[in-house]
Design a binder for this molecule. Structure first.
Ligand SMILES: [Zn+2]
Length: 153
């Protein structure tokens, strides 16, 4: 049986790869675990099921994920380029570079659901910080309604 790890801080990389909430790093920010369930792969609950952090922090919050998605796609391209160069190689005497272009494009299309989900998870982690003692809701008597900005008071 697994030991109770609820008091251990989950690692950032693991929580990003597992699409976990940035606040608690435990609750999933997607309603489905399968990224290739294309109809539902980007559906998010209103709040994190573990800590209650609002998943869509403000209206249009995830528009900026395009930047993260672009960076992730470039990282995949660079990784496949280096791997291709090391294991297959490039030459001006044949068309291996065009094979790389095709394989890379195919890989990007196949990985797109994963990249979109990771982009949102990373974007959320930019703005929402880990806090194991965070509790949903504004401080008493402040009249503030958005729990995200409770620390800004
Ligand atoms: Zn959470």
């Amino acid at each position: 049986m697994c030991a109770d790890k609820s008091n251990v801080k989950p690692s950032l990389l693991k929580s990003l790869l597992g699409n976990k909430c940035a606040r608690c790093r435990r609750g999933s920010i997607y309603t489905t675990k399968n990224p290739y369930d294309l109809k539902n792969c980007l559906k998010m609950p209103e709040k994190c099921p573990v800590c209650g952090q609002q998943v869509e922090v403000e209206v249009g919050f995830y528009y900026g994920t395009g930047y993260v998605s672009y960076a992730l796609s470039i990282a995949v391209c660079v990784a496949t380029l280096i791997a291709w160069w090391l294991f297959i190689g490039f030459s001006i005497y044949d068309n291996r570079i065009f094979w790389w272009l095709g394989v890379n494009a195919l890989l990007l299309v196949i990985m797109q659901p994963l990249l979109m989900r990771w982009s949102r998870t990373i974007w959320m982690a930019f703005f929402v910080y880990y806090d194991e003692n965070w509790h949903q809701g504004p401080p008493e008597g402040t009249g503030r309604s958005n729990p995200t900005f409770k620390n800004a008071i």
